[in-house]
Design a binder for this molecule. Structure first.
Ligand code: 26Q
Length: 836
């Protein structure tokens, strides 16, 4: 059945030539009223900030729209090379304040709202986070597309429009309780639905070889159950530059005739149910959890993203160039955000072979010169594999293509290492032992011209360990791209007072060239500057105290305490437990009266546990139980507080990082690929206590070891010590540690819940504990002592804080993106017109 045509004729281009909208206070006053009163039908008696937020967002969006169109036209007219960032996650957080900042209208809007008796903060805070990601990887994608727009690179982000994002977390009796995150409940004004660009995605069915009129063979994938992919576009503004790029997210919907057919057969209820099944595909974001591995729906999601995005891109190409793909590789490039979208390698082959009639050789040359793959983890359980039978049932044509790719690839390996059967088995895309499985990382490496890790150590470990065979075969494919975060959201928007002080001192250049923060170095020795720096930190801490009141109205907290922050997903390798051991150690010291020159400390821990990760959930419970004992003990008052901040998310981090004094980056060396929270905290003047892991190593290199609290085994020592690791011996030889373990194990923190933490204690004491927490206890405690010493001298601390910010320039995602572009994408910046 032919698809409906939505566009019947070309409208007159003159209708697009509207005069540019103003960005003054009066312009916003006018537009705000227009939307609030005329469109939304509200008046001065409406108390909900949601409508004021919507009216303002519409006014801001209008300014994005005009720039969006110009950018779009520029890219089309210049026919420049483009990059497509494929990611299962885009953890965007809120949009309004970032859009105002990048458009340069924050002040005008604040003044307009002030005249109306409205507070900009309240409107900003009423927006729901777009939580379409788990953590680091998803937020990285969001920072990257911000930087691409700021660098004016022709980039489109492709992802999924999950109906439910990352679950919201509340704490009941110390335990995590998950609730679905229905973030679209009140609509989403930032997205534009583009039904006219919907595409069909095939699932199931079988393949057949057919002969066409020229006598050549073509594989047809038939009898499929098709699902519609509907695109929703979100504008991504660059900073003060007029560029507005696109984030295109796909929603699954039932195809119309599919319903109709069943309807004709009288299965009305079934046809409605089928519509529902179709929509399941983009219903919910999968949590980052080993237990969710191998789920059929996840594979459907991955293919849905890859197929919709590639069809969209190829369709566009054909619209411009016809069926001539000779320049396609020169003009396009795909970045795969982990293996999650790596089925794109096989899907691009399928589309080029079956839909566009290219030869295998031509299709493979294009695929291999357009795909680039980023790895984000070394943890073996996170390496995706799919059982061949499942793959065959869902995507029969793709399995054929993957096996053919593998056959060609193994021939190449065999030619390189004749007779090395073990190597063939290790490198094969198909794992043969037991149930046949498809190794997605191998598919990604074989199908890409570039493979990168996300920090120096991580990239090095990929080359020497996990992907060693591939590195030996293709050393030139491998490279490092140390992560970064956008300074617009992570300093300018979330810490406006600090941003103003920095700009007043060194100018505004740092916002788009973060290395300029180095100009702050001399001011670290300026007493007056240090005082202003400290005052701003103090105000941010007070704001965080007010924020936490919402969750803990009864816990008193002084902004004078050292704010010691660990916020990230809860995982054993991130070692929130090591933090807890330290807190219990401090508790013991206070109880013993060892409080001379005591440094008051507030330990803040936040993060979500994957719903199926029971150990992580127990860790949350332990943190809350310890917090309860500490926070209700009068001996601790003014000395030690422990708080678990519920529902950690992007908008929470925007309040937390300006207030942090100490950044806890304490993973077992070799396990955290990079980390990006470490960078956000550093930029906001927090000092790091950390292991030599991920990007911590580079942070320390930049800021100097005298401004970083280092502890713990190195990655090499972790590997070496593993065989002889005996945590019980270590406990027995360390009085402090013994006391900490005794107190924990005697049930002091779970008096009425006996035994609930036994799994945790046993894992700590197990010689096979992969995270070797006990091994790092002593050096961690010593490093924490040095933290206290430094904090006691507020002048010294302020100096170190300023230097941490001053040397954080490397960790701008602008630098990361410039590196990707220089080494991999090779795009030319495309400034787009006069409107800034
Ligand atoms: C896999 C299978 C089934 C369901 C979900 C998943 C899944 C989802 C998300 C697996 C992994 C993720 C996310 C991983 C992630 O966030 N990794 C982090 O990436 C950051 C950006 O590079 C790094 O800074 C962190 O070190 C890394 O842990």
């Amino acid at each position: 059945m032919p698809q409906k045509k939505f566009v019947t004729s070309c409208p007159n281009p003159l209708i697009f030539q509207l005069p540019p909208l103003g960005k003054n206070k009066e312009d916003f006053l006018f537009d705000f009223r227009k939307y609030y009163v005329n469109l939304l039908g509200r008046d001065e008696f409406c108390r909900s900030p949601l409508y004021a937020n919507e009216a303002l967002s519409l006014a801001v969006r209008d300014r994005l729209m005009e720039r969006w169109k110009i950018t779009h036209d520029t890219y089309r007219n210049n026919a420049s090379r483009r990059m497509f960032y494929l990611s299962m996650e885009f953890l965007m957080g809120r949009t309004l304040s970032n859009a105002m900042l990048n458009l340069g209208v924050t002040d005008a809007v604040s003044e307009a709202l002030y005249d109306l008796g409205l507070e900009i903060e309240e409107l900003i805070d009423s927006e729901f986070d777009a939580g379409l990601g788990n953590g680091g990887l998803g937020r990285l994608a969001a920072c990257f597309i911000d930087s691409c727009a700021t660098l004016q690179l022709p980039v489109i982000g492709y992802g999924l429009r999950y109906e439910y994002g990352m679950f919201t977390q509340s704490i009941v009796n110390g335990e995590q309780v998950e609730k679905p995150d229905h973030w679209l409940r009140h609509g989403n004004i930032w997205e534009i639905k583009r039904l006219e660009y919907s595409l069909r995605i095939k699932f199931g069915g079988h393949t057949e070889v057919q002969t066409d009129e020229n006598g050549s063979h073509r594989v047809c994938w038939i009898n499929t159950n098709d699902i519609l992919a509907v695109p929703y576009d979100t504008p991504i503004p660059g900073y003060h530059n007029g560029t507005v790029n696109t984030l295109r997210l796909w929603k699954a919907a039932a195809t119309e005739e599919f319903d109709l057919q069943e309807f004709n057969e009288g299965d009305y209820a079934d046809s409605v149910a089928a519509k529902n099944t179709a929509e399941h595909i983009t219903m919910v974001l999968y949590p980052n959890d080993a237990n969710e591995n191998g789920k059929e729906l996840r594979l459907r999601q991955q293919y849905f993203l890859a197929s919709a995005s590639l069809q969209d891109i190829l369709g566009h190409w054909v619209g411009q160039h016809g069926e001539d793909f000779s320049l396609f590789a020169e003009k396009s490039c795909f970045q795969l955000n982990d293996t999650h979208p790596s089925i794109a390698v096989a899907e691009l082959m399928r589309l080029l072979l079956d839909n566009h009639g290219l030869s295998w050789q031509k299709a493979w040359t294009i695929t291999r010169s357009t795909m680039a793959y980023t790895n984000h983890t070394l943890l073996p359980e996170a390496l995706e594999k799919w059982p061949v039978p499942l793959f065959k049932k869902l995507l029969p044509r793709l399995v054929e293509i993957i096996f053919e790719i593998n056959a060609h690839f193994l021939a190449e390996v065999a030619a390189h290492w004749p007779g090395d059967i073990a190597r063939l088995q290790r490198m094969s895309i198909i794992e043969e032992c037991g149930l046949q499985q498809i190794r997605m990382a191998h598919l990604a490496i074989v199908g890409s011209f570039s493979v990168n890790g996300v920090a120096q150590l991580h990239s090095q470990l990929l080359q020497q360990g996990l992907f060693k065979d591939f590195y030996q075969l293709w050393p030139q494919k491998f490279n490092n791209k140390t992560n970064g975060v956008t300074p617009r959201r992570w300093i300018a928007a979330c810490n406006p007072k600090l941003a103003a002080l920095i700009s007043e001192t060194i100018g505004e250049g740092w916002i788009t060239d973060l290395r300029e923060l180095k100009k702050l170095v001399p001011y670290a020795d300026d007493v007056a500057f240090r005082k202003r720096w400290r005052d701003i930190k103090q105000q941010s801490k007070q704001q965080l105290v007010d924020y936490k009141k919402h969750y803990y109205p009864d816990v008193t907290l002084s902004a004078d305490a050292l704010f010691d922050v660990q916020v990230k997903r809860i995982h054993e390798y991130k070692r929130q437990l090591l933090n807890v051991l330290h807190v219990v150690h401090l508790y013991n010291r206070i109880k013993q009266g060892d409080t001379e020159n005591w440094v008051a400390r507030c330990v803040l821990i936040g993060g979500k546990a994957a719903p199926g990760y029971s150990m992580a959930k127990k860790i949350i419970k332990l943190i809350n139980n310890v917090a309860h004992v500490i926070n209700s003990d009068p001996d601790m008052a003014g000395r030690l507080t422990l708080l678990f901040l519920p529902d950690y998310r992007v908008s929470a981090m925007e309040k937390i990082c300006p207030a942090a004094d100490l950044s806890e980056q304490i993973s077992t060396a070799g396990k955290e690929a990079s980390g990006t929270g470490n960078m956000k905290l550093m930029m906001n003047g927090a000092l790091t206590i950390g292991t030599l892991d991920g990007a911590n190593i580079e942070i320390r290199e930049e800021v100097g070891d005298e401004n970083f609290f280092l502890f713990g085994l190195t990655e090499q020592q972790v590997v070496e010590k593993r065989h002889s690791y005996n945590p019980v011996d270590i406990i027995n030889q360390d009085r402090d540690l013994q006391k900490v373990m005794n107190l924990l194990e005697c049930g002091h923190f779970n008096y009425f819940e006996p035994g609930i933490f036994n799994d945790i204690f046993n894992s700590l004491k197990c010689p096979n504990d992969p995270w070797m927490t006990i091994a790092d206890f002593r050096s961690y405690i010593d490093a924490q002592q040095q933290v206290e010493e430094a904090y006691r001298d507020q002048e010294r601390w302020s100096k170190m804080s300023i230097l941490n910010c001053a040397y954080s320039g490397k960790f701008s995602s602008d630098r990361t993106i410039a590196d990707y572009n220089h080494d991999i994408w090779k795009l030319t910046p495309q400034p787009s017109g006069m409107l800034k």
